[in-house]
Design a protein around this ligand. Structure first.
Ligand code: NAD
Ligand code: TYD
Length: 350
């Protein structure tokens, strides 16, 4: 039985990846390693937590010894590495947390894998999940490809860029069987309400202002989280060692257009008068160093591995809103904790 380690599996994307691997591969044992930061939530996985091919391991990837011990104990055959500090605004307030988890944590995992695999790398794989933000910010035209030069501009994207470089260095220097993917903005069920879409859904539901940074003209390329998880499955199994694959939704929206669409969907699903939720839109002080536009060219992944997004945004956003409305208890558990403090810190002076 293959033993696959998924890091950050209690988070947003990680939980969808864990579920997909546990359900699709009964011949694998899936180990979900997560330290359960504010973003980690085992409620995301209640439907699969009792499966016989699933084990949760509470551990911190910044703890070099603990990570090495777990690799020695379980002898993982493959790693899908998602654990990270993931929110740009938090990286502006506290960059060091991002350096520790995203850079040192990744190196600890690489070192531990190398220690147990060094005599035989056959059939092993270290898959590092990264972001399109490493490529920097686009102007009005153009797309990020796998050969676009790195130009990260936030502490978050810089820490992810650094970890990508280190993963590639382990391929070239030690022959580690690595693969990397860089994905655009994800949306869907289980996303922590610090990110734009779930934050806006929660505020609209509660008739609170929807904070839009600057003029709302920044552009993001949105992909439904399950389509990302499907791409991860494909790349983990079929990707070439040493290669990078870009993953994107071919789905660009300015933030303000997206919020208009979201308001329309929510008015409909909440039975509100048309145009009611739009009144909550509030322009606030811009994010420092706010990247203007991200957009991904996924043609390598589509042509070489046959991936394509399964959901159009119009359908995905309705599914997403329905999920949040049907899972109010999930949201309540989050917003009743430290979230209130976070929200005040981030938004009171904007
Ligand atoms: P998330 O913040 O929802 O989840 C991160 C998870 O990692 C949490 O469960 C957290 O507890 C865990 N974690 C954090 N620090 C840890 C540590 N020191 N040790 C062990 N576990 C730790 O993040 P997400 O949005 O699901 O993103 C997952 C990965 O995908 C990240 O690597 C991120 O850079 C990448 N990514 C995210 C997006 C996006 O739109 N969200 C897009 C592209 C790439
Ligand atoms: P976010 O979801 O934080 O993702 P990222 O910064 O990784 O792209 O933000 C998406 C876009 O929405 C980004 O341009 C910043 C903007 N934004 C707001 O306008 N208001 C908000 O309250 C948040 C969280 C984000």
């Amino acid at each position: 039985m293959k033993k696959i380690l998924i890091t950050g599996g209690a988070g947003f994307i990680g939980s969808h990846v864990v579920r997909l691997f546990v359900n699709n591969y009964p011949e694998y044992h899936i180990y979900n390693l997560d330290v359960l930061t504010y973003a980690g939530n085992l409620e995301n996985l209640t439907d699969i937590q009792d499966k016989s091919n699933y084990t949760f391991l509470k551990a911190d990837i910044t703890d070099e010894n603990a990570i090495l011990e777990l690799f020695k104990q379980y002898q993982f055959d493959g790693v899908v590495h998602l654990a990270a500090e993931s929110h740009v605004d938090r990286s502006i307030s506290d960059p060091l947390a991002f350096i520790k988890t995203n850079i040192l944590g990744t190196v600890n995992l690489l070192n531990a894998a190398r220690t147990i695999w060094k005599d035989n790398m056959e059939g092993k794989r270290f898959y590092h999940i990264s972001t399109d933000e490493v490529y920097g910010s686009l102007g009005e035209t153009g797309l990020f490809t796998e050969t676009t030069a790195y130009d990260p501009r936030s502490p978050y994207s810089s820490s992810k860029a650094s970890s990508d470089h280190l993963v590639r260095a382990y391929f070239h220097t030690y022959g580690m069987p690595v693969v990397i993917s860089n994905c655009s903005n994800n949306y869907g069920p289980n996303q922590f309400p610090e990110k734009l879409i779930p934050l806006a859904i929660n505020n609209i539901k509660n008739n609170k202002p929807i904070p839009i940074y600057g003029k709302g003209e920044n552009i993001r390329d949105w992909l439904y989280v399950i389509d990302h998880a499907i791409a991860i499955d494909l790349i983990f199994h079929k990707g070439e060692n040493g290669e990078t694959y870009n993953i994107g939704g071919n789905n660009e929206w300015t933030n303000i257009q997206l919020i208009h669409k979201l308001c329309e969907v929510m008015d409909d699903l909440l039975g509100r008068e048309k145009g009611a939720s739009e009144k909550l839109i509030t322009f606030v002080k811009d994010r420092a160093g706010h990247d203007m536009r991200y957009a991904i060219d996924s043609s390598k992944l589509m042509n070489e591995l046959g991936w394509e997004p399964s959901l159009q945004f119009e359908e995905g956003i309705v599914k997403t809103v329905k999920w949040y409305l049907a899972n109010q208890a999930w949201m309540d558990n989050i917003i009743s904790g430290d979230y209130e403090h976070y929200y005040k810190e981030q938004y009171q002076d904007r």
